[in-house]
Design a protein around this ligand. Structure first.
Ligand SMILES: Cc1cc2nc3c(=O)[nH]c(=O)nc-3n(C[C@H](O)[C@H](O)[C@H](O)COP(=O)(O)OP(=O)(O)OC[C@H]3O[C@@H](n4cnc5c(N)ncnc54)[C@H](O)[C@@H]3O)c2cc1C
Length: 453
């Protein structure tokens, strides 16, 4: 440790409070860090990786620690590499529509900083007030606006990384485009800190719409939420950037917030419209209302005062629910949009057969639901409910990890998702990028995977 202190300029903490604060994330997974290092720059990270290789010490990268499947938990001990202090935001390059950021920049802070530029970074996870861009890259995060704009992967132009070998690499192009083989950048997006530590990121930005309008749509019990979302998504003339769902209980939990001002009872769809003026917005709202009538919704849509606030409120759904229900299995499955109603039906059957309470919310426009079963996630029934939820999604052609990642909880599922050949490629990358297996061991890669292909 003395050699490490000499090599690294940033602070190193070994006291109990610092270690325990960073030994868990937002999941039920527990770990135990031996130390926390807050690197000052890429040079610090290089020195740290070299030291860790020599002493075979695990390194777990961490941003905001809001992961939901143990992605940022040091389950094998070792050092937590805390990037939350790397908060530099460079000047916006308006011509290239890019901005350089440190990995510790909080997603919502970036959103605010970009407000004047006329550009924005589209992925807005529910955790946007506490998750970081480094973490968003680590898990390939999405948010409500990913309905229109896609996940983080689409918005990363370049990344400076330190591989598990201690080498520094720039994985993206400097130019607007490049045609030199596959983009290596895809190695790190979604790799959960298992292949490299990200020390700098150049993000692509989208032009901000002139107006953003949050819209609340009541969903009567007689109307299947998935079919309604599908009808909205299929209406390409509507400038919809987000379609979110909260069932009646989750909506009630949100309604209890004084700032919520959500109308009516029952389940809701929360939408966002992006337009270039009030006339277009009024036309879009009229078209939306007509669509609602055609689909059996008698009540009109209402306009929310502020779309950003609506997304912050919606992002708190899991937490607000958790306060009244206690520990629960909170999943992250996705299916093609035309199978969402079938998924909802299977989830309800599952909950009934296991005699557990079920609440559902999520990014329904992306076919992505977060079914929340009120049962101890670490217990036997919790594990069975989780596994049956994954089976339900898979049997409908879906995925078990739409946006939260794999972490330590879903490693057994990776082979079924990627296939044997896919896992072999992943193992090959791991062997090349992190030959000693020091980067976030026990995450993402299926267990017992041989180190080399
Ligand atoms: C209330 C709540 C709502 C949420 N809503 C959403 C949502 O709408 N959409 C969504 O996608 N997710 C959501 N999440 C999950 C989570 O917020 C996201 O996965 C987010 O991207 C994690 O960011 P973080 O900064 O907290 O990362 P962390 O949890 O700190 O880390 C995430 C992963 O990235 C790796 N990592 C972090 N920094 C680096 C780095 N510099 N270099 C290499 N690897 C790194 C970590 O090792 C880890 O594997 C939600 C979570 C909560 C608690």
């Amino acid at each position: 440790m003395a050699a490490l202190r000499e090599a690294v300029a940033g602070p190193i903490a070994t006291d109990f409070a610092s270690r325990s604060a960073l030994s868990h994330d937002a999941s039920f997974v527990a770990g135990a860090a031996d130390a926390v290092v807050r690197p000052r720059d890429a040079e610090d990270v290089v020195a740290l990786v070299r030291w860790a290789r020599k002493h075979r010490v695990p390194l777990t990268a961490r941003g905001g620690g809001t992961s939901l499947d143990g992605e940022s938990v040091p389950i094998s001990g070792g050092i937590v590499v805390d990037f939350s202090g790397s908060t530099a935001i460079g000047p916006v390059n308006a011509a290239a529509r890019t901005v350089q950021v440190g990995p510790g920049v909080v997603n919502h802070d970036l959103h605010r900083r970009l407000a004047e530029s006329g550009l924005f970074f589209p992925p807005n996870p529910g955790s946007w007030r506490s998750c970081t861009i480094g973490g968003n890259v680590g898990t390939n995060a999405s948010g409500p606006r990913s309905f229109r704009y896609g996940p983080t992967r689409r918005w990363v132009h370049d990344a400076e990384v330190v591989l598990g070998t201690g080498e520094v690499a720039h994985l993206g192009p400097v130019t607007a485009k490049r045609s030199v083989g596959p983009e290596l950048l895809d190695l790190v997006v979604g790799s959960e800190g298992t292949l490299a530590l990200v020390t700098g990121i150049t993000l692509r930005l989208a032009p901000s719409p002139r107006r953003r309008c949050g819209v609340v749509v009541p969903v009567p019990e007689s109307v299947p939420a998935g079919s309604l979302a599908l009808a909205m998504a299929s209406r390409v003339s509507l400038p919809i950037s987000a379609i979110e769902y909260v069932d009646a209980t989750v909506a009630d939990a949100l309604r209890r917030r004084p700032e919520a001002r959500l109308p009516s009872d029952g389940a809701l769809l929360l939408l966002e419209l992006e337009t270039e003026g009030t006339d277009v917005e009024s036309e879009a709202l009229a078209e939306l209302d007509a669509l609602l009538r055609q689909n059996g919704v008698a009540e009109s849509a209402t306009v929310a005062a502020d779309a950003d606030r609506m997304w912050t409120l919606r992002g708190e759904a899991g937490e607000l629910l958790g306060r009244s229900t206690g520990p629960s299995v909170r999943e992250d499955v996705a299916v093609p949009l035309d199978r969402v109603d079938a998924l909802l039906a299977r989830l309800r059957n599952l909950a009934d057969s296991e005699s557990v309470e079920l609440h559902v919310y999520g990014h329904i426009g992306q076919g992505n639901l977060h079914p929340t079963f009120v049962v101890d996630p670490a217990g036997e029934r919790g594990r069975r409910v989780r596994s049956r939820t994954w089976d339900a999604a898979r049997s409908l052609g879906g995925t078990v990890a739409a946006e939260h990642g794999v972490g330590s909880v879903k490693r057994d599922e990776v082979a079924a998702e990627l296939g044997e050949a896919g896992v072999r490629v992943l193992r090959g990358w791991k062997a090349l990028c992190d030959p000693d297996g020091i980067l976030n061991p026990g995450k993402l890669l299926p267990p017992n995977a041989p180190a080399t292909p």
